[in-house]
Design a protein around this ligand. Structure first.
Ligand code: MN
Length: 254
């Protein structure tokens, strides 16, 4: 009898180890919405799965309890791209060139960031996701690069397919990004007309576009990295350097 108990204990322990080894990381991908649907471009979910994660779509809700449970259910968060953020979030009045703003999505994204930060879950911010993180941590945006950032001479709002790069970025020595990408510069796609103006406290710039626009930021003390371009559109088409950004997010999971 005693031997049976010991054997079954060993067996249960072995199963636990095996299931822990087999557990794949769950990566929440924040959604946008239309009139009748919850939306995530599949390039995000494809990239997460190609990187070894299990992608789950997080629908917009304003219920804080549900948001907390969404974050509790995932191992890491991808904040996706989308429409402009409300400049009122960083204390500015809207300028004429501001694009469409969806206040509910802004509120959701901010609550999602808060819940993820409070529980120490890693975050990858993409495009609007980078901008939302910068606002959450106290930074500001250029509401429209062409009309408010006088030094810009680059086309940041590309019309060609996102699987093609359009402008280069220069990656700083010593940045996490440099290790992830493995080179000093890379050509990225670019589909944004807003950008970081004042960088949030607690972050450092890891890559700039040649015109000085901030393209990648890293938190100095939290598992957060954010990019202004769309790595998912290149990663899901087989770009290994871009896929490494998603793999890096997974390495941040404790
Ligand atoms: Mn750009």
């Amino acid at each position: 009898m005693r031997r049976l108990v010991i054997l079954s204990t060993i067996f249960c322990f072995a199963i636990q180890i095996l299931s822990a080894q087999n557990k794949m990381p769950i990566i929440g991908v924040s959604a946008s919405w239309g009139d009748s649907d919850t939306r995530v471009p599949k390039a995000y979910t494809e990239s997460v799965m190609m990187a070894g994660g299990v992608a789950v779509v997080l629908p917009i809700t304003l219920d804080k309890k549900i948001i907390e449970q969404q974050i509790a259910a995932i191992d890491a968060l991808v904040l996706t791209g989308g429409s402009d953020l409300d400049p009122m979030l960083y204390g500015e009045e809207p300028i004429p060139a501001l694009g469409v703003v969806y206040p509910d999505r802004d509120e959701y994204d901010m609550a999602l960031i808060k819940a993820a930060v409070e529980s120490g879950k890693p975050i990858l911010g993409i495009c609007r996701g980078l901008q939302g993180l910068n606002i959450f941590f106290g930074g500001t945006l250029y509401q429209d690069i062409p009309s408010t950032y006088g030094k810009s001479y680059l086309k940041h709002n590309q019309e060609r397919d996102g699987k093609y790069g359009i402008h280069s970025i220069h990656i700083k020595d010593g940045s996490i990004l440099k290790g992830v990408i493995g080179s000093d510069s890379i050509v990225v796609n670019s589909r944004h007309h807003q950008a970081i103006n004042r960088l949030a406290i607690g972050f450092k710039v890891s890559a700039y576009a040649p015109d000085g626009i901030i393209e990648v930021i890293e938190s100095v003390d939290k598992p957060i990295i954010a990019v202004q371009f769309h790595p998912e559109e290149m990663a899901s088409k087989g770009n290994e350097q871009m896929l490494n950004i998603f793999k890096y997010l997974i390495t941040l999971i404790k």
